[in-house]
Design a protein around this ligand. Structure first.
Ligand SMILES: NC(=O)CC[C@H](N)C(=O)O
Length: 375
């Protein structure tokens, strides 16, 4: 028998639905993602720690779940909201249903929700804390608890998901991503790269390996001296959850590296690089999450369709005289990329590894390799 579930938002709005995944209760910032596919990559992206993801596209679970499409070893999103959950997946790579996958990992989901109403509500009133419950509690009581729960601002979530010890990563992207009949040339690993793990997605490391990097992944508290002692060709700053301004010591560490070694940052890494340069970040009303965000490269005039997942952004005015804004979002004009050419450093707010999403921006991994080749 299907079990009833409730989603209650901090502002008192409530949604009825059916439970899937694990039973129980989950609290998080309720956000929405407009990708039509790739729910497993989205759920396992550690940037979603502390967030309940609403999928705007109505049909979810249709390709099931498999181990290759994970961006980390478990779903990091604390809950999932969908319109219609497929019970019988149909895909040759499927190993289990989305329902079983979430249940196995103790993640609570709600389906049968009017997600069009929910997404419009979040766009109008902003992302906010919510609770999904499969217990028999009143929706009003849940809303009240959501109202008093802590929000995202000021939360250092990256330090919690960062690796505890350094490790070396040399695995290229999986062959299943190749076109049929294509063979991948063995990459020659010419560049030693230190990757700061603020909550990284596995595919970023795979694409760094694809362009010739031997990657040493280090915890977020690794010092600039420890990095420089390893004499890397470059430093990579990964994505991650929470408020960039709250990641302990990260801005000072990156400031000490800038100018000494080529630096490439993605998402949280981009925001931390901006802070290291003396810039400022702020919380957006509902963020950018999906696979259809148009970004203009101001240096070439080209537009890329990008994958994104962020709720904070870099304040463009705060970068004046400190960095060049290289990319902007065409929907709302926000900063999507910056560069400090003299320091051989650049970063993007969007996700060039996509996963899921269009691959327009994957060339940025090669751009990092070129920067290291010239250093
Ligand atoms: N994907 C990310 O790295 C997200 C960065 C940050 N946590 C934000 O929400 O803006």
């Amino acid at each position: 028998m299907t079990k009833r579930a409730v989603l209650a938002l901090a502002d008192g709005t409530t949604f009825e639905g059916r439970a899937f995944g694990a039973s129980g209760e989950t609290v998080g910032e309720v956000v929405f993602n407009t990708s039509m596919y790739g729910y497993q990559e989205i759920l396992t992206d550690p940037s979603y720690v502390g967030q309940i993801v609403t999928m705007a596209y109505p049909e979810m679970g249709n390709i099931g779940a498999n181990a290759t499409d994970e961006e980390a070893g478990l779903p990091h999103a604390v809950g999932m909201v969908v319109r219609s959950l497929t019970k019988t997946p149909s895909n040759w790579r499927s190993q289990e249903t989305l329902d079983a996958y979430l249940a196995r990992h103790g993640r609570v989901g709600i389906e049968g929700v009017d997600t069009r109403r929910l997404v419009r509500h979040l766009r109008t009133h902003g992302a906010q804390t919510g609770i999904i419950s499969t217990e028999n509690v009143s929706a009003a009581a849940l809303s009240e608890r959501a109202r008093t729960a802590v929000g995202m601002e000021g939360l250092d979530l990256a330090t919690g998901v960062s690796c505890k010890e350094p490790y070396v990563f040399t695995t290229p992207s999986p062959d299943v991503f190749l076109a049929p009949g294509d063979k991948r040339p063995e990459p020659e690993l010419k560049y030693d790269v230190i990757a700061y793990d603020y909550g990284l997605k596995r595919s970023m490391l795979q694409y760094l390996v694809d362009v010739g990097c031997r990657v040493t992944v280090v915890p977020s508290h690794f010092t600039a001296e420890q990095v420089l002692a390893k004499k890397p060709h470059g430093v990579f700053l990964a994505n991650g959850p929470g408020d960039p301004a709250a990641v302990k010591g990260a801005d000072r560490t990156v400031a000490a590296l800038l100018g000494k070694v080529p630096v490439f940052g993605i998402c949280l890494g981009h925001q931390i690089m901006a802070l290291a340069l003396g810039g400022r970040t702020y919380k957006m009303k509902f963020g950018h999450r999906g696979g259809n965000q148009p970004v203009k490269d101001l240096t070439t005039g080209k537009v890329e369709i990008t994958a994104q997942n962020h709720g904070f952004a870099v304040d463009d005015a705060s970068l004046k005289g400190k960095a060049v804004v290289t990319h902007i979002n065409l929907n709302d004009g926000t900063v999507e990329g910056l560069a400090v050419p003299d320091a051989r450093a650049f970063s993007v707010q969007y996700h060039p590894e996509a996963s899921p999403g269009p691959h327009d921006a994957r060339y940025l991994f090669s751009r990092f390799a070129t920067l290291m080749a010239g250093s």
